[in-house]
Design a protein around this ligand. Structure first.
Ligand code: ATP
Ligand code: MG
Length: 395
């Protein structure tokens, strides 16, 4: 019934021994989670290839294939058609299954892999037979073993044969969860979702934090952040969003601190609270969408002053990107259109008219003397609402 499967090629997993096992296991569990909404699949690996096999009628293979394109750790993916383990069945399947692509190409080659050693031909013999016949069947084609436009792959496996063509590029990177966990500060803007994508790509699992200043920022603003998080699950996998009540802190800052330092003091509170979340969730770093030179709060001095309140490393993966590059990334991962919805963020609520761009640690620390910093952090931390983010396909 289901004679088509998905093949995933693993990248960067050139590691040995235990590490390799751990990487593959993470990748398999990530793939399983991603394809689950599209039906029942068997997901397993053999020789650096992950097989995604539909187990029932009605599996949405197109959907699963698209989902696999976003799984980090996969460098290439293709769909394969199964057939009988017989030379003419291989030929017929290649002719029909890859017909359109073969008809549109000028050069090709056939490559065979033989896992089933009882198969009566060697892999070279099988390639030569099928290649020779295809060459005759498609007058447009000639064999080029060095730089073929299309490579026809034939696999003689234990239970069946498979036919597939060149893989499409996958998402690359490392399987999410293999590089530990970090807390990402997710605003409703363009930059922080791109930052999440970039650290997830290097194998980091994310716990999300959003600072919410109701009623200065609306419920729509919160829904927008939840939606961004949902879109990110395609790449980042399972996540929990910590919504931190931030109104009281912002009002206290406005009441007690010099206006030019509002943003800086506020951002220091964000870092402190995020670090508390990191400790609770066993996370080893904080992630922000800060970029150098975009706004007053993103000078090197400002980063120094905000980073000074926490001892965990602060990762700023978009720091070296131009705005256009960040926008391009946001478009690619599908967050851009949601990010530009016009709901205000807490950062824009009490924006000073003349923010200090070159603050010193001393003046900011002094400004905070007027506040019960520990008490405010504790209260906000206790008030956190934890929201489990659903997959894009759910609901
Ligand atoms: P973004 O496009 O991500 O909103 P930005 O260019 O608007 O970034 P800022 O407003 O200075 O820059 O925020 C810098 C970073 O601080 C954000 O990328 C994000 O990581 C974090 N941040 C800002 N506001 C919030 C918020 N309300 N909740 C969580 N994190 C926030
Ligand atoms: Mg912003």
């Amino acid at each position: 019934m289901n004679d088509e499967i998905i093949l995933l090629k693993l990248g960067e997993l050139v590691l040995k021994g235990l590490n390799r096992r751990r990487f593959e296991d993470k990748l398999l569990s990530n793939v399983r989670w991603r394809v689950a909404p599209f039906g029942k699949f068997k997901v397993y690996s053999k020789q650096s290839t992950v097989y995604v096999e539909p187990l029932e009628e009605g599996c949405d293979l197109d959907g699963a294939y698209e989902a696999c394109k976003c799984v980090f750790g996969v460098v290439g993916l293709s769909r394969a058609k199964s057939c009988e383990k017989d030379k003419d069945a291989f030929l017929e399947t290649a002719r029909t299954y890859l017909g359109d692509r073969l008809a549109g190409a000028k050069t090709f080659k056939v490559e065979s892999k033989r896992a089933d050693k009882t198969f009566p031909m060697t892999s070279i013999e099988l390639s030569q037979y099928v290649g020779g016949e295809l060459d005759e069947l498609f007058p447009n084609l000639s064999v080029d073993v060095r730089h073929p436009e299309i490579t026809v792959n034939l696999e003689v496996r234990d239970y069946a044969g498979y036919v597939h063509a060149d893989p499409e590029p996958g998402a690359g990177g490392l399987p999410v969860g293999t590089s530990g966990r970090a807390v990402a500060l997710l605003s409703g803007g363009i930059d922080s979702p791109a930052a999440c994508y970039m650290v997830a790509k290097r194998g980091v699992e994310l716990e999300l934090v959003h600072f919410f200043s109701y009623p200065y920022t609306s419920n729509e603003a919160k829904e927008k952040v939840i939606e961004l998080a949902r879109i990110l699950t395609r790449y980042c996998g399972r996540m929990t969003l910590n919504v931190v009540p931030f109104t009281r802190i912002q009002e206290e800052i406005r009441r007690s601190c010099p206006e030019g330092l509002f943003t800086l003091v506020m951002r220091r509170f964000m870092m402190r609270i995020s670090e508390r979340v990191a400790v609770r969730t066993g996370s080893g770093a904080l992630v922000t969408g800060e970029c150098l030179g975009q706004v007053a709060s993103q000078t090197m001095e400002a980063m120094g002053v905000t980073g000074a309140v926490c001892s965990l490393p602060v990762l700023r993966p978009v720091v070296g990107m131009d705005k256009e590059e960040i926008v391009e990334t946001a478009r690619k991962i599908g967050t851009f259109d949601t990010s530009i919805l016009p709901y205000e963020d807490c950062c824009t609520v009490f924006t000073p008219k003349h923010p200090r761009t070159r603050p010193t640690l001393e003046e900011v620390a002094e400004a905070e003397q007027a506040l019960d910093v520990d008490g405010l952090v504790e209260e906000a931390f206790q008030g956190i609402e934890r929201i489990k983010i659903r997959r894009m396909e759910e609901e």
